[in-house]
Design a protein around this ligand. Structure first.
Ligand code: NAD
Length: 417
């Protein structure tokens, strides 16, 4: 049967609900997205032809606040993936204890095949088509795979034009000049680094003795790698869609990041003394202390889980580990810091960006990073403690906290009418 990431979500929710002793009526509503919008987006291409792209915006929950979640541009985007990503946002925001529900959007497109003008027209038309359901108090998009600050700037401008006035709080992850927050671009990676440091502390491993492999040197992966390198960890393997590289004595991560940002965005052209090329399958099976999957879903699955040699997995990506792989890894004693905790740094600083926009304030970077670290430490501590208390994995612990918070809010709000 084809892999459906939304089944992953439901399985984890059921497991957590059982441990919490919830009655089915307590969490029935959480199992379904509140709203799913599908749009066909026509775009005038540079050669004069018209192409129509399929786009989605799903609001999984607005129980704890406006829906919040990224927009993905990728050729494999489909409704089940967007639904799963939206649900993970609901749980992520609840674990971080920020006043948001969860949403996600996407367009089935390989953005690397479009010119800048085509990308902008696609984004503006898509924004117009989802405009009736987004807004600072309804649903606030952000970047995800295949989108970035520039794309968020077009979302902000389009929505503002339709609205008749500047509305920066409609989207986060914007350029600084449009009301973006200092620290947002690196927030997800910073959160991944912090979670890696916290889990190593708990397990009694000094960060200088840690070796790291990172799958996916995009926004999340490259910043996680750089910040861990700066902390003294040895990053021995990294990869992107073009393949991976390995060096036993540790890669020069600043040089790699510099190469990716200035000389082309694919690792396949990078070279340094002593490195060897490896495949994306091999990187996942590297003999390292910490593996950071930071690309896409379903990377660690029933087929390769047995061959994973890392002691710790810190999930930079959303949904990189399937339910079957989770069980195999648990039996092997691999500790997983789950996505809804590990990569929540991005949405936490997105929340800070939205708060700054609503108040027309600008916090300095030190302030943002300190506030992020405080939130992250609290979220990690809460998940770690409940996992110990109930003798469950950190993933189940995170879902216990999130589901409890969502169900409590639901109970106070009631089901209207
Ligand atoms: P990105 O587009 O910047 O980077 C994705 C990276 O993965 C690229 O380097 C790409 O080459 C690589 N990649 C793609 N397919 C691959 C494959 N099969 N094998 C190896 N590498 C592959 O995206 P991003 O924003 O860094 O997001 C990465 C993951 O993190 C996604 O799961 C996303 O949902 C999640 N995430 C992102 C944020 C954020 O703030 N950007 C926040 C939370 C979670």
């Amino acid at each position: 049967m084809a892999y459906n990431p939304y089944d992953n979500v439901l399985a984890t929710v059921e497991k957590a609900a059982k441990i919490l002793g919830l009655a089915p009526t307590d969490y029935e509503a959480v199992k379904y997205p509140e709203r799913e919008l599908r749009v066909s987006v026509p775009v005038r291409m540079d050669d004069g032809s018209v192409r129509v792209f399929q786009g989605f915006r799903v609001q999984h929950s607005t129980v704890r606040g406006p829906a919040k979640g990224g927009i993905r541009y990728h050729q494999n985007v489909n409704i089940d993936e967007v639904k799963a990503l939206a649900a993970w946002m609901t749980f992520k925001c609840a674990v971080a204890d920020i006043p948001y529900g969860g949403g996600k959007g996407g367009i089935e497109v390989d953005p690397s095949t479009l010119s800048l003008g085509e990308l902008q027209r696609l984004t503006r038309r898509f924004t117009t088509m989802i405009a009736p359901i987004i807004g600072p108090e309804r649903d606030i998009p952000a970047p995800d795979v295949g989108t970035n600050a520039e794309v968020m700037g077009w979302v902000m401008d389009t929505y503002s034009m339709l609205n008749g006035h500047s509305t920066p709080a409609v989207v986060t992850g914007k350029p600084l000049q449009l009301g973006g927050s200092l620290g947002r671009a690196e927030a997800t990676g910073r959160g991944v680094m912090l979670n890696t440091v916290y889990i190593c502390e708990k397990l009694g491993v000094a960060i200088e003795n840690v070796t790291v492999a990172v799958q996916g040197m995009g926004n999340v992966g490259s910043i996680s790698a750089r910040l861990l390198y700066e902390k003294g960890a040895k990053v021995v393997a990294v990869s992107d869609v073009s393949g991976g590289i390995y060096k036993e004595t540790g890669l020069n991560i600043p040089a790699i990041c510099d190469y990716l940002s200035t000389r082309g965005n694919l690792l396949s052209g990078y070279n340094e003394d002593g490195m060897t090329r490896i495949s994306n399958a091999e990187i996942l099976e590297s003999d390292v202390t910490v593996l950071i999957p930071a690309a896409l879903e379903n990377q660690i699955n029933a087929q390769n889980a047995d061959r994973i040699r890392a002691k710790i997995i810190v999930e930079g990506a959303n949904g990189p580990t399937t339910v079957e792989a989770d069980d195999i890894l648990e039996k092997k004693g691999v500790v997983i810091v789950p996505d809804i905790l590990a990569n929540s740094g991005g949405v936490i600083v997105s929340y800070f960006e939205w708060v700054q926009n609503l108040q027309a304030l600008e916090w300095d970077e030190k302030d943002v990073n300190e506030k992020l670290a405080r939130k992250m430490e609290k979220a990690f501590g809460g998940v770690y403690d409940i996992a110990e208390e109930k003798n469950v994995t950190l993933r189940t612990g995170a879902y216990l906290i999130a589901l409890r918070r969502i169900v409590d809010t639901l109970r106070y709000r009631g089901i209207w009418p």
